[in-house]
Ligand binder design. Sequence first.
Ligand SMILES: Nc1ncnc2c1ncn2[C@@H]1O[C@H](COP(=O)(O)OP(=O)(O)OP(=O)(O)O)[C@@H](O)[C@H]1O
Ligand SMILES: [Mg+2]
Length: 254
Amino acid sequence: MDAQADKNSGPRIICVSSGKGGVGKTSVAVNVSSAMAREGKKVLLVDGDLGLANVDIVLGINARHTLREAVENGMPLMDILVRIDPNFFVLPASSGVPEMASLAYEEQAFLTSALEEVAGAFDYVLLDTAAGIGDSVLWFNQWADNNIVVMSPDPTSMTDAYALIKVLNKQYDKSAFHLLINSVKSKKEGREVFNGIAAVLKKFLDIEPALLGIIPQDSHVSRAIRTQKPFVNNDPEARASKAVRQLGKAVFAL
Ligand SMILES: Nc1ncnc2c1ncn2[C@@H]1O[C@H](COP(=O)(O)OP(=O)(O)OP(=O)(O)O)[C@@H](O)[C@H]1O
Ligand SMILES: [Mg+2]
């Protein structure tokens, strides 16, 4: 049995990264997790921004425990899990803890095996990573079955996405990438951004990325950061909510 077929029986691990910061990884990861859970799948969202947590803020949760306690004291991940919805669980991270942003090899290995154990209870595990190409970002991407790279129309988000993909390709032998274009003014703009980076990836790395989804720029997304509720539930008719539900379907089809 090949690795992919084998994976079909277990949880699917999906990493959400970007290169450039602030392009919408956390907003998208939280909302698509919530949308997928409401479709009946059991979803775990891991805040992989280990030193500068975001997921708890976006969801308005006050985490009693975080992944820091797992790494530092061996706390079982089951004790750290926060239940958001019947099928939607979160593993929160700590914020303002620089040591967590650069884990030693043994700590990373410990966290991965702990995550592997807990992952078995879920259909999908989404990893919302930090920006950049730091160790934890590369390591979460290496662990994942699918690699989603988020970009915005900002040209620097394209060069940073390219840099991340290049490192994952050259150092970790990853060649399948799903791109998500966020904060666009129109679908057309989203397709143009995708075509632009796809051409560069093909030319320089011989990689043919897939377009996973396009999410419009929508004030409901930025407002949701203030209300601390997923916009996909709070404003189900918003354009971004419709796009996120569609994205959830695309993730099911991965
Ligand atoms: N589609 C969108 N429309 C409008 N605003 C958006 C959209 N997506 C994200 N934003 C806004 O952009 C900001 C950054 O979003 P978010 O925190 O999700 O990005 P990030 O990639 O996780 O950032 P970081 O790299 O710091 O972790 C937030 O204020 C969010 O509300
Ligand atoms: Mg984030």
